[in-house]
Design a binder for this molecule. Structure first.
Ligand SMILES: C[S@@+](CC[C@H](N)C(=O)[O-])C[C@H]1O[C@@H](n2cnc3c(N)ncnc32)[C@H](O)[C@@H]1O
Length: 252
């Protein structure tokens, strides 16, 4: 069968072939990611991995602030950090907003996030994480709604970026912004993620502007604005990839 994965599926989901040789839609990416990040969260918070991740998080938060400075008000902005991991992005973000709630499906990551926030002397009202898989139902997160939702380095892990975008949009206040930072698909459509990561990364070619635009529009977000921000070497391949930031706004 031809490899269709170069072309995004209309719902933003690539055709997936797992190393186990199953059909394209029967691999549970969420379960695989939960297991992987539960197992490796601790390593990501130490030494070399920590420094690498922290540097990327600083660049991403700086890129978001540079692109849309008006969205970051330390006295009023209520932020969600979706797929927050151990909190590298939240730790940068928290100085520019009033509060951050991290959300992730990995309990080990959330525990490290909260331990770090507490070590920094931050009150849970300022920064805390919860382990849950959001469904977009009314009572989730105690009914909290957000001025901004930031999601860094994670969209390529989501089996349906269409479902995720729709769910995240439901947590925005009217006029609120979804801000995503991720790896841009290469012009020649080559795979950017190595085979060792294919069980974790459904979007192994990165994300194209068109694929992201479609899912933002279907989720009802307006003012689509995608910008290339920096290039970085991908580990472990050493290949240089282009990172983008994108904004979509929930209409008032
Ligand atoms: C590469 S890490 C990025 C963490 C953080 N955003 C950062 O930039 O440092 C990807 C995160 O996505 C989370 N994740 C993966 N699949 C997910 C899913 N289906 N739903 C929610 N979170 C998911 C993982 O648990 C992990 O913490």
């Amino acid at each position: 069968m031809a490899d269709h994965a170069h072309h995004p599926h209309p719902d933003g989901q690539e055709h997936i072939h797992t190393t186990q040789g199953h059909g394209e839609h029967d691999h549970d990416f969420a379960a695989a990611n939960r297991a992987f990040f539960d197992k490796h969260a601790h390593e990501h918070s130490h030494g070399h991995d920590d420094a690498h991740g922290r540097e990327r998080a600083v660049k991403q938060v700086n890129a978001l602030r540079k692109a849309w400075p008006e969205l970051f008000d330390e006295d009023s902005t209520v932020a969600m950090d979706y797929a927050c991991g151990i909190g590298l992005v939240s730790q940068q973000l928290c100085q520019y907003v009033k509060s951050v709630v991290g959300v992730d499906i990995s309990q080990a990551s959330v525990d490290l996030y909260n331990a770090q926030a507490s070590n920094q002397g931050l009150d849970p009202d300022e920064m805390r994480a919860v382990c849950t898989e959001l469904k977009g139902e009314p009572d989730e997160l105690d009914g909290l709604k957000f001025d901004i939702i930031v999601c860094c380095a994670s969209y390529h892990h989501f089996p349906s970026i269409s479902d995720t975008t729709r769910i995240l949009a439901s947590f925005l206040k009217p006029g609120g912004s979804l801000l995503v930072a991720d790896i841009k698909a290469a012009g020649d459509g080559r795979e950017l993620f190595p085979a060792t990561h294919h069980h974790l990364v459904p979007h192994k070619h990165g994300l194209s502007e068109d694929a992201v635009r479609v899912v933002f529009e279907v989720a009802g977000l307006v003012g689509f604005d995608m910008r290339d921000v920096f290039k970085a070497k991908m580990r472990p391949t050493g290949e240089e990839v282009q990172w983008f930031v994108v904004r979509g706004v929930k209409p008032t």
